[in-house]
Every structure is written in structure tokens, then in C-alpha cells.
Design a protein around this ligand. Structure first.
Ligand SMILES: [Zn+2]
Ligand SMILES: [Zn+2]
Ligand SMILES: [Zn+2]
Length: 487
């Protein structure tokens, strides 16, 4: 029997997965269960006869596995709207399903796509997997909000999103609308920090709220804006700033509990507070501001205790971690690569996440522009990076526009976050900052410090090329591996 279809009668096991489950379908002369049937539907391949991406579930006259059309049978898998057999979902392909959903969600009164949402319509249809967008539209409050916008019940503006509770999903929706050009670009995290601060301050006792609001708007925000003029706020800076607000509120609460106030604050109380509370730099900065504003007495803020010096990371430990990252497939590939750039080239995670695909060139050797001089990557890293680039080309969710991040994040047009990379590396005791310092310590033993400082230039490049010539993995990298005593 050449044509897939339901078999009737007795229950047989699945010939594909060998499980004892009802195998109701007959495909390629095998009894196939529901799960195997839908897996086959979801994974079309290139048909050897017509070279199109089709569900390959039929034998042709010379018993090659081909598509229905080439086998001369009705195309039972094809999308009922357009005939495609790619990204099937229900009776349609992903694109037709998404088009239908978008025409429903984004329709204005006349039934056409709302003109204000036309760029979003176009943008979402460029998704590599339209089915993911269909699922996303179903989530609250995404579909509801877009529907209200298209019905002119809510304005197509940032303020509409501001009325929704702060959540990663709303933040994602806002970024999507910005990526599509539907809403003007803003610094999304900075915007959310302001919303968070407003809500946080509103919950404080009135007097605490007043001074915190004054500090936040006139001091913190002003500084943040200066700093983030050219660079969007990072998630880590967002969380630092919200922690600062909480610490200031806790300090004000402590004052009140101890019968004190900003106006009556004295040195002994300040000393007592700092002696009993750790990591209060934010309170120190706040107090210094309050002193300048004449809101409190001119007290001295105790100096920060210097952090105890870290023990150096020995060279062999660094290289053991390199080997681990090269081999350990349980760590996500992007994070492995960033970890390797940290370990071998003393890069900061914050710089690695901002690399672009155009920073990588691949002729015979693979080079990456970390600094002014593109570095030749050692063979194992180059191999991983090639693999990563291949995965990227199949996984990238949105095709049009946007920066060509080498390590794209889950959010459209954003690179992967530093925090998520750090989270993958920390369980393997790879603490980027410590490693970076250790690596630079090692490097300056062998190359002039000025060269290391100049973003790891030529000497390392030479060393790596040398190692590539000897075709070694890591064993013969004298310049890179040198211990302080020399090898
Ligand atoms: Zn099966
Ligand atoms: Zn075919
Ligand atoms: Zn279709």
C-alpha cells in the first residue's frame, strides 16, 4: 500500500518507534502511531524527485521515498490554502495559519489590516517559524491588546502598554512593536525602570516616597540618562537600579524604626547603620546627595571596605576549563563560545554579547574582530563557531532588518543577555571577571602589556597561527599557555 491512510481493525504496535500503541496510520508500508505520524508531518524534507520541501512518505515506481505528487497520489499533507507542505499545523501551513490569525487580530472596522499595524503584520510574517507567532498571539495580554488597538479601542502607542502590568511578556510585545516600526524606538528597560520606580515609590510611606522620588528623578535618572545616551540600559543595570531604590527605602524605614529622621541624622547613627548593614554603597551615594541638598546634616559616610584580594587562578585550571567548554555539549553553544572568548582572549562577557556576525570572517582560517586586529581562532573554537553559525541560519526567528547579532537573544533585535550567559557559565565555576583578570595576568607574562592592553593584538594572533600550524589542540600553545615561570 503506497498511500498513507488509516488502517482499521486490530491494534498493532508502531513499526517506527516500536511502542505498543495504536498504529492507526500506514506509511511506507509500515504501521505508524499518531506521534510518529505527526513527527513526519512536522519534518518535511527535500524531495529527491522535484527538489521541493515536502512531506516524504511515499514510494515512487523505483522505490525512492518521494512526495505525494511525485508518487502520483493526491497530496494529502498539503496546506488546504496554498498547497505548501512546510511547517504544517492542522490543515494549513504555518504561513497561511499565521496570515489568517493576523487578519483576524489586526483587522480594523472595514476588515482590512489596520493601517497603524500594517508594519507589524509584515514584520510578523517574516518569522522563520510562523507557528511560534501564532502561539504568541494566543498569550495574554498580547492578542487582546493588539485586537483592541486594531479596533481603535486603545491607541497604538506606548501609553497603551504602560497601562498593562510590568512583565517580561509586555516588554517583549513592546520590543516587537518597536522592531516592526509600529511604535517609535525607546530605551525599553529605562522606560520600564521609570514605571517600576513610580509604582515602587507610590507604595512607600508618604515622606519616604517624596524624598526617594526626588532622588530618583533628579539624581539617579539624570545620571542614568547621561550614561545610556549611546547604549541601551542593560538588564543588569536595571536590576542594580531597582535594588538601589529598595535599599534606600529600607534605610528610610530603619531611620523611622530607630526614632530618627533625615533632618535629625547624626554621625553615630550613620556609623551604627553602616556597621550593621552590608553592601550599602547605594545608601552612601544617596546620603551624600541628601547632604548636598541640605536635607540632612553633613555626616561622614564610612568608606567601603576593600574586597579581599582574590587568589590567582592557576594556568592549568584555566586550560582545564577551556577543554571543558570545547567538549561539554550540555552547555548552550553560544555560552560555550562566549566562555571560550573569555578564557582564551580575556574578553568581557558584555563585549562578547555585542559581537556581530560581520565581526567574523571565515576564509581558510576563521577570524574574529575582538579589537583592532582580527584574531585567528584556534581550530577547536573555529569549529564550534562554524557550528554555531550553521545553527543560527536555521534558528533565527525573524529574518528582516535588525542588527546581525552573533549571539541573538530570545527578544527580537536584542543580543543574548550577559546575565543568561553568566548563568550558564557559573555552574562550571567560570566567573568571567575573575578569569579575565587571571588571563590578562598570564598574558602580560609573555607579551608586552601594551599589546595586551591594545585589545589582544598581534602577538596572540601569531601564537594562535603558530599553534594552528602544528595542528595541535591546546598542548603546543607556548605563548598562550605560558605559566609565570615560562615553559
Ligand atoms: Zn510510533
Ligand atoms: Zn516531489
Ligand atoms: Zn499554506
Amino acid at each position: 500500500m503506497n498511500r498513507p491512510g488509516r488502517t482499521h481493525g486490530h491494534q498493532v504496535g508502531c513499526d517506527r518507534c516500536a511502542r505498543h500503541v495504536a498504529a492507526r496510520y500506514s506509511i511506507l508500508e509500515q504501521h505508524v502511531c499518531n506521534a510518529c505520524y505527526s513527527r513526519l508531518r512536522r519534518h518535511p524534507g527535500r524531495c529527491p524527485e522535484c527538489d521541493q520541501v515536502k512531506v516524504l512518505a511515499f514510494y515512487d515506481s523505483i522505490r525512492r521515498i518521494v512526495c505525494a505528487t511525485c508518487a502520483g497520489v493526491p497530496p494529502r499533507f498539503a496546506c488546504i490554502t496554498c498547497g505548501s507542505e512546510e511547517q504544517l499545523t492542522g490543515s494549513q501551513c504555518g504561513t497561511c495559519r499565521l496570515t489568517e490569525r493576523l487578519r483576524d487580530v489586526l483587522a480594523d472596522e472595514g476588515g482590512g489590516i489596520h493601517p497603524g499595524l500594517a508594519t507589524l503584520y509584515d514584520h510578523l510574517l517574516t518569522a522563520r517559524d510562523p507557528r511560534a507567532v501564532v502561539r504568541w498571539l494566543r498569550k495574554e495580554p498580547v492578542g487582546v491588546t493588539l485586537r483592541a488597538m486594531s479596533a481603535d479601542e486603545l491607541p497604538i502607542s506606548h501609553s497603551t502598554l504602560d497601562a498593562l502590568p510590568l512583565s517580561p511578556r509586555v516588554r517583549y510585545l513592546r520590543r516587537m512593536l518597536i522592531s516592526a516600526g509600529t511604535l517609535p524606538a525607546i530605551d525599553v528597560l529605562l522606560h520600564d525602570l521609570e514605571r517600576h520606580a513610580t509604582a515602587f515609590i507610590a507604595d512607600l510611606p508618604r515622606e519616604h516616597g517624596a524624598v526617594t522620588a526626588q532622588y530618583f528623578h533628579w539624581e539617579l535618572l539624570r545620571k542614568i540618562r547621561q550614561r545610556s545616551a549611546n547604549r541601551a540600559m542593560t538588564p543588569s543595570s536595571y536590576s542594580t537600579r531597582s535594588t538601589e531604590l529598595r535599599k534606600i527605602a529600607d534605610f528610610l524605614a530603619w531611620l523611622e524604626t530607630n526614632g530618627l529622621s533625615m533632618a535629625s541624622l547624626d554621625q553615630a547613627s550613620v556609623d551604627r547603620f553602616f556597621a550593621h548593614h552590608h553592601s550599602q554603597a547605594a545608601v552612601g551615594t544617596f546620603l551624600n546627595w541628601a547632604i548636598r541638598q541640605g536635607l540632612t546634616n553633613p555626616v561622614q559616610i564610612p568608606g567601603r571596605k576593600p574586597a579581599p584580594p582574590r587568589p590567582p587562578v592557576p594556568d592549568d585550571i584555566l586550560w582545564a576549563k577551556v577543554d571543558q567548554l570545547v567538549d561539554d555539549e550540555s552547555i548552550p553553544l553560544g555560552s560555550r563560545l562566549i566562555g571560550l572568548l573569555v578564557l582564551v582572549f580575556a574578553q568581557r562577557i558584555s563585549d562578547c554579547v555585542r559581537l556581530r556576525r560581520s565581526d567574523v570572517t571565515d576564509d581558510e582560517t576563521m577570524r574574529i574582530a575582538l579589537g583592532r586586529t582580527p584574531l585567528t581562532l584556534p581550530i577547536p573554537i573555529a569549529a564550534l563557531l562554524r557550528h554555531h553559525l550553521e545553527e543560527l541560519s536555521t534558528r533565527r526567528p525573524y529574518l528582516d532588518g535588525g542588527p546581525d547579532w552573533l549571539f541573538p537573544g530570545a527578544t527580537p533585535h536584542c543580543h543574548v543577555s550577559e546575565a543568561s550567559v553568566a548563568l550558564h557559565l557559573v555552574p562550571h565555576k567560570i566567573h568571567a571577571r575573575e578569569i579575565q583578570q587571571a588571563r590578562i595576568d598570564h598574558l602580560v607574562q609573555t607579551v608586552p602589556a601594551s599589546v595586551v592592553a591594545d585589545m589582544l593584538g598581534i602577538n596572540i594572533n601569531t601564537a594562535v597561527r603558530h599553534a594552528a600550524r602544528t595542528n595541535s589542540r591546546w598542548g603546543n600553545y607556548p605563548e598562550l599557555r605560558a605559566s609565570p615561570t615560562g615553559e
